[in-house]
Design a protein around this ligand. Structure first.
Ligand code: SAM
Ligand code: SF4
Ligand code: SF4
Length: 393
């Protein structure tokens, strides 16, 4: 295996503390045809991802490599984290700007103590149309068997579980903390039993598999066989060049087109329409003998963040554990909302700041990737990408 290039200092210590909120006069008002907020490329704000902790009990090499995230690593102190009340307040103001979906993430979100209390508070919020938010969570599944019932009772609608293979040895190597695959599978079952899927049935629960060429591509077909016909939607994610510590290389990316081809040869697939605009995953249904979608067999998804940019529909904002607003997964700097929240800013001030930040957004990293060079470790401090464990996936 080739040697990874690991920088000595993690990006997050470089994020400037003063934030980047620009003066209101600098930005023109942008709204889309519905009269709702839009960014400079006309994209609405629909989806807010909130990282509730920068800690994790796994050390997936593509996200938190052990060599960097070791026992001496300086995680954020508790006082830096947004409190549940602060998160709920900001989430309410985002909802006023059109956000309909909130995804809790991390680090490992289920490590945040009393997370159910936050979920209860978020479940009480309403969209601009007076509807409950679509409240979901991404987890490595390690604590799900214990927590699924309480999460559902608190008002969580759905979960997405990350699982990179079924073979125990492969899985233990990928999480790099020797965590057994059986415990994650038990977590998925508990989530299904608790009704953490679409329509509260447990069907439509999602499982995300990051595919790294040379590491776990042999797990693709066993994963398909395992989840086909269960109602659980398995999605394959291209290994991405997020952050500055995972030593990403293009030759370790297995393009989604190859994943689809491999599956199609054994389990014929037909492409399905997207369910909502801005959906990151391309949907493929298992075909019946007549070539039609066999709904009982279900579907898979592929997320081609590297080989097929979907920036033009990207309606996602990300709030870091310490309250910085990031406009792109590949951003190098965030806008410091916490300093606004912790001064005496009114709701109107914060709402206006969020609006102006979104209106100034022109990020489209994936579309520009080929012009930017892959090796983030060679970039100057302050220009490196933020880590995914800090802003969440
Ligand atoms: N710990 C939780 C988990 O693993 O589901 C939530 C946070 S994790 C950062 C969110 C998602 O990002 C996971 O599905 C993970 O597989 C994905 N991810 C992390 N690093 C990635 C990378 N380099 N390329 C593609 N996906 C990545
Ligand atoms: Fe932890 Fe999730 Fe990152 Fe893996 S992908 S190290 S489980 S935060
Ligand atoms: Fe959205 Fe940035 Fe990803 Fe493009 S690269 S889809 S703008 S998060």
């Amino acid at each position: 295996m080739s040697k990874r290039v690991i920088p000595l200092i993690d990006q997050r210590s470089y994020v400037p503390r003063e934030g980047l909120i620009r003066s209101h006069a600098e930005l023109e008002p942008f709204v889309n045809s519905n009269g709702l907020l839009a960014d400079r490329l006309g994209r609405p704000l629909h989806d807010l991802r909130i990282s509730v902790t920068d800690r994790c009990n796994f050390r997936c090499s593509y996200c938190m490599p052990k060599e960097v995230f070791d026992k001496d690593y300086a995680y954020l102190p508790h006082s830096s984290l947004l409190s549940f009340e602060e998160i709920t307040r900001v989430a309410r103001l985002f909802a006023a700007h059109g956000v309909r979906k909130i995804r809790l993430t991390g680090g490992e979100p289920l490590l945040r103590k009393n997370l159910e209390v936050l979920i209860e508070q978020l479940a009480a919020l309403r969209t601009v149309d007076g509807l409950p938010l679509d409240l979901t969570l991404t987890t490595n599944g390690s604590l799900l068997a214990r927590k699924a019932q309480a999460l559902k009772a608190a008002g969580l609608n759905r979960v997405t579980v990350s699982l990179d293979g079924l073979d125990d040895a492969v899985f233990r190597r990928m999480n790099d903390v020797d965590f057994p695959v059986a415990d994650v599978l038990a977590g998925i079952e508990a989530a299904r039993a608790a009704g953490l899927g679409q329509d509260g049935t447990g069907a439509g629960l999602k499982v995300n598999m990051v595919v790294k060429r040379g590491t776990n591509e042999q797990e693709i077909l066993p994963m398909v066989r395992h989840f086909k016909g269960t109602g659980i939607v398995l999605r394959f994610i291209e290994y991405m060049d997020v952050g500055a510590t995972n030593g990403w290389r293009m030759d370790e990316v297995l393009p989604s087109a190859d994943v689809v081809k491999l599956i199609h040869a054994k389990h014929p697939l037909i492409q399905l329409d997207p369910t909502v605009a801005g959906e990151t995953a391309e949907r493929w249904g298992f075909a019946d003998a007549a070539g039609r979608h066999d709904k009982a067999a279900g579907e898979i998804g592929v997320i081609s963040s590297v080989t097929q940019a979907f920036c033009q529909d990207c309606n996602r904002a990300r709030l870091s554990t310490e309250g910085k607003l990031y406009l792109c997964l590949f951003a190098t700097q965030g806008h410091d909302l916490r300093s606004l929240i912790r001064t005496d800013a009114s709701d109107a001030d914060i709402e206006s700041a969020i609006g102006h930040i979104w209106q100034g957004r022109s990020d489209r990293y994936s579309e520009l990737r080929s012009t930017m060079g892959p090796d983030t470790t060679t970039l100057a401090p302050g220009q490196r990408r933020v880590e995914m464990s800090y802003i969440g996936g």
